[in-house]
Structures are given as structure tokens and as C-alpha cells.
Ligand binder design. Structure first.
Ligand code: AMP
Length: 501
């Protein structure tokens, strides 16, 4: 179907109150996903949407849901909620809830968010009276459910946002558990940036005869992002970053950049180094408390810091207006993560730039990304630290580059999660809680890996033999960081006991 974008929101079926809210939010015309999702949602259809990041997905589902909740006029019962929006990260939950507050200014709908890493008491208090719209991460939601602090019986609308990310983070069992508790009669929407076979199979159990909406499925990267690769020796990465940032800040003192590092330690080190040369920077990653993460984001939004150095925890949650540069200081190990990282810029029709640093050692990662996005990334023109060796290692063979430039055959627009070259795409090993890569433990026994990684990782990322043993021991996969020591130790104790048997 053609992605024809009308010039304004009139005609999508939205009420005057919501049209006013949209106008006050500064949205002049609806984005393609909004044009295609709002009318069928208002007509009561389930939705299965594939949309790139930053395409205006939140308004696409939130506006019609809010209109219908408002129109039905009843109130939520205590501990119940009428719309449930599930998201993988706390930052995303914050963001969606903030958007709902903005769109709902002229309506009298209540809303709140529930996620881990912060005290549960204020969340329990809000839920006690019942809310119209609840945005939640699955772990904390189930935690509160197990304490009988909430009741799924009142859900009229379910939204599963970033479904692919939910699967990557090991939330699948939690989602299934939640869906089992939900009323059968409900309207459901599932959104995902990619359409892997796993996402499609999950969708089967969640949405019923859905309207399928796909916005540019063959082009995983946002077109408006100017993507560049800087071939540079590992030891020169910082100097290149310093030069780039100083030039940008000279041109515009308000300039913001998001820099991705592979490790939490690397992110901390880089932020400190930038501060030492007079460029205000904060680090944001999973070892920081929720309040430190929130403060860092607020400082960045207020332009008190110009650089946010992040691990992949930030890849899907951050939406900062006019953030015009993303730097991949370390390339991601999973090509899909690249798409989500660079999608932090060029939000909402704005332009953006993404520069990826590539040393000779990073060359295989760059090649994997280029194969995934089906495009060869141009080298950064102004790079005094250019490394010939890195470029030689990182440049695709001409024949392959030409092949990637060809459009995908029309008969296979979506390839069911398979790599464009026909192989199955490898799932990254990811940290359950923070979306960061696990160290690879080649040659070590599965048990040694479990011992080493301690209580933080999910059973789903561990081998089949261990999974079966865990199941036999009555282990339930954990999806949020366990709170308090006892739960953690009893789980690992249980696992070790079962392994000894
Ligand atoms: P989302 O993809 O929902 O995270 O939205 C990305 C950004 O686009 C957010 O900052 C929204 O406020 C903004 N946005 C959503 N819809 C529109 C629109 N129609 N026009 C301009 N900005 C929008």
C-alpha cells in the first residue's frame, strides 16, 4: 500500500479535543503510521504494525485508544486499568506516559507508569484507585500482580510496543503470562521494528485478525539519517571524537550528541575523559540507579550536558528533540542494534547524522551491519585520523556492495526473520535487564558460564541442557532484576542443587 501522508490530522476520525492536543504538541501533519493505524483502531480492529523507530508510533496507538476510552465514559475499578501498554524499557515507559499526559490535556483520563528499579509503593498507591491507561514493563507488572496489587480483569486495550525488543530481552514468558490473565474480549495492538519469525508467532496469540501495517519494511534505516563510517585506529578514536564535537559545538552551542559504547565501564571512562577536556558529558547505563539515569537524561534535554554516553540500554528509550548526531564509538555486535541506535536521531521527520567509528578489528561488525541494512556506508570525508588499514579491512568486496545496492526481489518483501543472504540471523546474547551483550564464553562449560554471570542473566540465554534442568527444579525465568538478596540466592541455590542431582 502507498504511504501517502495527508497534510493534516482532520479526516482521521479524531475528536476536537485530541486534534487540539496534537496541534499544541506541534504536530502539523500525521506520519504514515498514524495515517494508517488511527482509522482502523478507531474502527475496533486489532493491529500488527511494523514501523521504524521515531515514526510517531506512540501517537498512532495512543490517540485512538484515548478517544475510545474517553467516549466510553466509565471509570476503572480499584486495582484495574482499562488500557495496558507494555514496553521493554523503563525509559520507554516514561516516554510513552509523558506523551499520554501531553495528548490527554483536554481529557480527564488518568494514567500512570509501572517499572522496576524504583520503589513500588507510589505505583501501588496510584493503581489502588484504578487508572485508565497503564504503561508498564513486564517484570514489575507481574511482580505487583503476584502481590495482588493489581487486577488484569479490566483491560479493554492492550498494546505491545517494541515486540522484537521484548523477545530479545527474554520477556516472552512474562508476556504470555500477562496475556493469559487478560480478558479475552479486548482490542490488541502489537508493534515491532522488525518482523522476525518469532515476532510473527507471538503476534498470532495476541492479535486477532489484525490490520497489518508495515512502514518501509525493506528499509530498516531511517532515510533521513546521513550515515558515515570513520575508519580510525582504535587509539585515535578519542581524538577524532574530540575534533568532531568541538567543531559541532563551535557551530552551535546547543548541539547534542549520543555516543554509544559497548561496555558500562567504557561509557563511564569516555564521559569522564570528555568532561576533562571541557565537554560536558554524562554516562547512562544499567549500573546507574534509575534516578541517576533520569537526571542524566534531564540534564541532556536541558542542554546542561552536550553528550550522553550510553550503552544499548538507551538505544530504544531516548527521544530527545533536535539530537542531531549519534556516534557509534564502538560498533554494536548485533546489526539490528545499529538500526535502533541511529534511530535516536532524525526523530519526527528531522534530519540527523550517524557516524560509526571502525578500527581494523571492528571490520567484521561493519560488514555485518552493511549487509543487514543492504547499503554500503560512505566514509566520513573530514577525518584527519583516517586509517587505511581499517578501511581496507572494512570495505566490502565490490561485487557484494553492488549486490546490496539492488532492491530486494518483490516476491519476498519480508523474509520471516532470515538474514538477507539466506542464513538465519544470529540472536545476540543479551543481558536480560539492560540489553547489553554478554561476554562470550567459548570453551567453558555451561555451568561455568552460569556461575560466572551470577543472578543477573536469564535462563533463556543459557543452553538447552541447563534450561531443562532449571525447569525440572521448578525454576521460573526471571525477567526483571530480582529485588533484594533472598530471592536471588534462593534461585541460584535451587539451580545449583538441581545440577548436583
Ligand atoms: P515515537 O515514534 O512515537 O517515539 O515518536 C517520535 C517523536 O515524534 C516524538 O518526539 C513525538 O512527539 C514526535 N511525533 C509523533 N508524531 C508526530 C507528528 N505527526 N509530527 C511531528 N512529530 C511527531
Amino acid at each position: 500500500m502507498e504511504n501517502k501522508t495527508p497534510q493534516n490530522f482532520d479526516g482521521l476520525g479524531l475528536s476536537e479535543k485530541l486534534l487540539l492536543a496534537v496541534k499544541n504538541a506541534g504536530y502539523e501533519k500525521p506520519s504514515p503510521i498514524q495515517v494508517r493505524a488511527i482509522p482502523p483502531i478507531l474502527a475496533g480492529r486489532d493491529i500488527f504494525g511494523c514501523a521504524q523507530t521515531g515514526t510517531g508510533k506512540t501517537a498512532a496507538f495512543a490517540l485512538p485508544i484515548m478517544q475510545m476510552l474517553d467516549g466510553r465514559g466509565h471509570y476503572p475499578a480499584p486495582k484495574r486499568f482499562r488500557a495496558l501498554i507494555l514496553t521493554p524499557t523503563r525509559e520507554l515507559a516514561e516516554q510513552i506516559d509523558a506523551n499520554i499526559a501531553m495528548y490527554g490535556k483536554n481529557l480527564s483520563l488518568s494514567h500512570c507508569k509501572v517499572y522496576g528499579g524504583v520503589s513500588q509503593n507510589p505505583q501501588i498507591k496510584l493503581l489502588a484507585h484504578g487508572v485508565d491507561i497503564l504503561t508498564a514493563t513486564p517484570g514489575r507488572l507481574l511482580d505487583l500482580f503476584s502481590q495482588n496489587k493489581l487486577d488484569f480483569g479490566g483491560v479493554e486495550f492492550l498494546v505491545l510496543d517494541e515486540a522484537d525488543r521484548m523477545l530479545d530481552m527474554g520477556f516472552i514468558n512474562d508476556i504470555r503470562k500477562i496475556c493469559r490473565e487478560l480478558p479475552k474480549k479486548r482490542q490488541s495492538m502489537l508493534f515491532s521494528a522488525t518482523l522476525s519469525a518469532e515476532v510473527q508467532s507471538l503476534a498470532k496469540n495476541i492479535v486477532d485478525n489484525p490490520e497489518k501495517i508495515s512502514v518501509s519494511p525493506d528499509k530498516p534505516t531511517v532515510d533521513k539519517i546521513a550515515q558515515k563510517v570513520a575508519f580510525v585506529e582504535y587509539g585515535n578514536k578519542f581524538d577524532l571524537l574530540e575534533k568532531m564535537m568541538k567543531e559541532r559545538l563551535e557551530k552551535s552551542a546547543d548541539s547534542l550528541a549520543l555516543i554509544f559504547c559497548r561496555t558500562k565501564h567504557g561509557a563511564n571512562k569516555l564521559a569522564k575523559r570528555l568532561c576533562r577536556i571541557g565537554i560536558e558529558a554524562d554516562a547512562i547505563h544499567g549500573n546507574k540507579s534509575q534516578s541517576a539515569r533520569k537526571n542524566a537524561l534531564e540534564r541532556f534535554r536541558r542542554r546542561e550536558s552536550h553528550i550522553l554516553v550510553a550503552t544499548d540500554i538507551a538505544a530504544r528509550g531516548i527521544d530527545v528533540k533536535d539530537m542531531s548526531l549519534v556516534v557509534n564509538y564502538d560498533l554494536p555486535e548485533d546489526p539490528e542494534t545499529y538500526v535502533h541506535r541511529i534511530g535516536r536521531t532524525a526523530r519526527a521527520e528531522a534530519d540527523g547524522e550517524a557516524v560509526s567509528f571502525c578500527s581494523a578489528d571492528d571490520a567484521p561488525l561493519l560488514k555485518a551491519i552493511e549487509k543487514f541494512i543492504r547499503k554500503q556506508i560512505d566514509p566520513l570525508a573530514d577525518n584527519p585520523f583516517h586509517s587505511e588499514a581499517a578501511q581496507k579491512a572494512g570495505t566490502l568486496k565490490t561485487s557484494l556492495a553492488e549486490k546490496l545496492a539492488q532492491p530486494l526481489p518483490k516476491s519476498k518483501p519480508q523474509n520471516g526473520g532470515k538474514h538477507p543472504q539466506g542464513k538465519r540471523r544470529q540472536k545476540p546474547q543479551q543481558n536480560q535487564y539492560y540489553g547489553e551483550s554478554l561476554p562470550r564464553k567459548k570453551g567453558k562449560s555451561a555451568q561455568a558460564v552460569v556461575e560466572k554471570i551470577g543472578g543477573k542473566k536469564s535462563a533463556q540465554k543459557i543452553g538447552g541442557m541447563l534450561k531443562r534442568k532449571m525447569k525440572a527444579a521448578g525454576f521460573k525465568p526471571q525477567t526483571e532484576k530480582p529485588r533484594g538478596k533472598p530471592a536471588k540466592s534462593s534461585f541460584w541455590q535451587k539451580l545449583r542443587e538441581s545440577l548436583r542431582k
